[in-house]
Design a protein around this ligand. Structure first.
Ligand code: HEC
Length: 149
């Protein structure tokens, strides 16, 4: 009797192990999605209309230098944002977008927070990015208003 209970227990454990292994195996492969047969462009952040060339360059720059603090879509939720006081604001906020001219945004990017009376934790990028790259990244930040909340 005791023996039977033990065997039942072992069988149950085996079944559970089998199940969880199954679940783990079943997860990684992409779901059977008809669009999956078309090799998707890697790392496309938005599932929207294709971005212009300049916007794609701006996205490159943003993802390389800015995303870490500002977050993928500019919401101020980057990996490093918790570390920053004040936090980066939500760049996709329509009110913010409206309140700032391109010139002001470019100035903040080039000269950094300290250069324009904001937090010095926003670094200056004027020596890192070319004028064209600053233009592109602002263009990309401007595109956030369409996808933002
Ligand atoms: C180390 C973190 C960090 C990185 C990296 C960073 N920023 Fe910032 N940024 C900040 C913080 C913090 C603020 C908020 C400053 C404040 O409100 O006082 C800010 C503010 C801004 C603002 C808003 C200024 C305003 O008018 O309120 C813009 C635009 C901006 N960043 C663009 C960029 C761009 C473009 C990049 C990449 C080239 C970038 N940031 C990289 C931390 C960062």
């Amino acid at each position: 009797m005791n023996h039977q209970v033990q065997i039942a227990g072992v069988l149950l454990l085996l079944a559970m192990a089998g199940c969880s292994r199954h679940a783990a195996e079943a997860k990684p492969p992409t779901p059977a999605d008809p669009s999956a047969s078309v090799p998707a462009a890697p790392e496309v952040a938005t599932a929207e209309a294709p971005l212009s060339y300049e916007l794609r360059l701006g996205r490159e720059t943003f993802q390389h230098y800015c995303k870490i603090c500002h977050g993928e879509m500019g919401a101020g939720d980057g990996f490093n944002a918790f570390n920053l006081d004040p936090h980066p604001r939500d760049l996709s906020d329509p009110a913010f977008q409206k309140a700032k001219t391109d010139g002001e945004l470019k100035d903040a990017v080039r000269r950094g927070g300290a250069g324009v009376g904001l937090s010095p934790l926003m670094p200056p990028w004027g020596r890192t990015l070319s004028a064209a790259q600053v233009d592109e990244v602002i263009l990309y930040i401007r595109s956030f208003k369409k996808t933002g909340p």
